[in-house]
Ligand binder design. Structure first.
Ligand code: GLU
Ligand code: MG
Length: 438
């Protein structure tokens, strides 16, 4: 039978799910102009399916307008459908930004960063995930044997990422059961979040093609280590393209501009965790001694800090000011990459607008410090449940001007419904739901 290719036009929504509508590939040019109709209430479809109480009900229309620069096409040969999708912005019928669209919100915040402070962001999302076909064995962490046991997944994945224009940096067997990690090169602005979606979806597509599943669930089981999404980021001057992160004269090499941004992220981290660690089981991961992030501390070469100054490798002869960057560790793939980035930029903007002073580096593990030592550094434990995070998020008035009331209300309604629906299940059952959902 003859076949004809279909392109999916998608959004990565409040549930961190990639959903959309398909159209004939032959119509690409006209769809890039006119988009496809989209229903506001779709934003209230939770990760596990049920629809949260919706402010819009069956009413209203929005339109999903594709951004051609985000288009991904990976050919899986004559016997499989190509993976072909493009990400879009949800707009009103008048073409305005719809306040609840995650991609539109992220772009608006990136614009504000450039307009108000002349800065742009470069970022790379580092992902950990589970490959279900791999047998769980003791002592498999980082093992060559664990690489071998994923079969041809990694090689197929590398080729597929390349086809989609992404540069694989590293692929490795990670510490946890069946756990692997993938890193790709950085991209500018919204393209970094588009890339994060491509990294996940291409992994899922390759796994599906090979008859297995890749799951980006925040944590496989309560006793496992989590699957983190670590956002590596740096700021640069929009006019000159020069990095704005490094100043050898300043403590820990953190330039004043970047320092203000980091201070905002630390100050609002307990509140924005609701957006970056967006599922109930995300909070099993954000616990001490799991190499994730349990406090809003700034660490230097510390893999448990909420925010980390990453190491530079002067030995390689490269320019330190171009290597020097930061890593936000309190995120996972239950969150839309657009919302992770939006949360990060909103908090950073707050620090720049104030402006806040560069924060001090925390040496040592916050859980081993006294209350007064933590207070001295303004360090606090991140929320320990999604409900607690949502309460912090709601109470944080500083976020309103950055995120907008309509977005905040929709996000709270969606996530509170999800948290309460999950609260009837055991932790193990919840983990199982999210393993299947992500
Ligand atoms: N699995 C850890 C996490 O949940 C991260 C380990 C690492 O790559 O540093 O974030
Ligand atoms: Mg890792």
């Amino acid at each position: 039978m003859k076949r004809e290719e279909i392109i999916m036009l998608c959004t990565a929504d409040l549930a961190g799910q990639v959903r959309g509508k398909g159209f004939p590939a032959a119509d690409l040019a006209s769809r890039l102009r006119k988009g496809i109709g989209w229903t506001p209430t779709n934003s209230m479809i939770t990760a596990n399916g049920p629809i949260a109480p919706t402010p819009w009900g069956p009413f209203g229309d929005t339109v999903l307008i594709p951004d051609g620069s985000s288009r991904v096409r990976v050919d899986f040969g004559p016997d499989s459908a190509a993976t072909h999708f493009v990400m879009g912005d949800i707009r009103t019928l008048d073409g305005e930004r719809w306040p609840v669209c995650p991609r539109g919100l992220c772009k608006a915040l990136l614009d504000a960063l450039e307009q108000r402070h002349g800065l742009k962001v470069k970022a790379a999302f580092e992902h950990e995930f589970i490959l279900e076909s791999v047998e769980e064995r003791p002592n498999a962490s980082y093992a060559l044997d664990s690489f071998r046991r994923q079969g041809i997944f990694a090689e197929t994945y590398l080729a597929a990422l390349k086809t989609a224009g992404l540069e694989l940096d590293t692929f490795m067997p990670e510490y946890g059961p069946k756990q692997y990690e993938v890193t790709v090169g950085p991209a500018e602005g919204i393209a970094a979040a588009d890339q994060a979606i491509a990294v996940r979806e291409i992994a899922r597509a390759v796994a599906h093609h090979l008859g297995t599943r890749a799951s980006f669930t925040p944590i496989l089981r309560p006793d496992a280590v989590g699957n983190g999404v670590h956002v590596h980021f740096s700021l640069f001057d929009a006019a000159t393209g020069q990095p704005s992160n490094y100043d050898p004269q300043r403590p820990n090499g953190v330039a004043d501009t970047a320092g203000r941004f980091l201070a905002g992220v630390l100050a609002l981290m307990p509140a924005i965790t609701a957006m970056t660690a967006a599922s109930p089981i995300s909070y099993l991961r954000l616990t001490p001694n799991r190499w994730s992030a349990a406090y809003n501390n700034l660490g230097e070469r510390d893999r448990e800090a909420g925010l980390r100054i990453c190491p530079v490798f002067p030995g390689s002869g490269a320019d330190i000011s171009r290597q020097f960057h930061f890593e936000f560790r309190a995120a996972d793939a239950a969150a839309s990459p657009y919302l992770v980035m939006a949360a990060l930029i909103a908090a950073g903007l707050y620090g720049l607008d104030e402006p806040l002073p560069t924060p001090h580096v925390c040496h040592g593990a916050p859980q081993n410090m006294s209350d007064s030592e933590r207070r001295e550094l303004s360090i606090e434990r991140l929320p320990q449940s999604l409900s607690e995070a949502l309460d912090r998020f709601e109470a944080e008035e500083k976020l309103i001007s950055f995120l907008g009331e309509e977005f905040i209300a929709a996000y709270l309604a969606h996530k509170r419904f999800e948290a309460s629906a999950m609260s009837d299940l055991s932790i193990e059952e919840q983990c199982e739901r999210y393993r299947l959902a992500y």
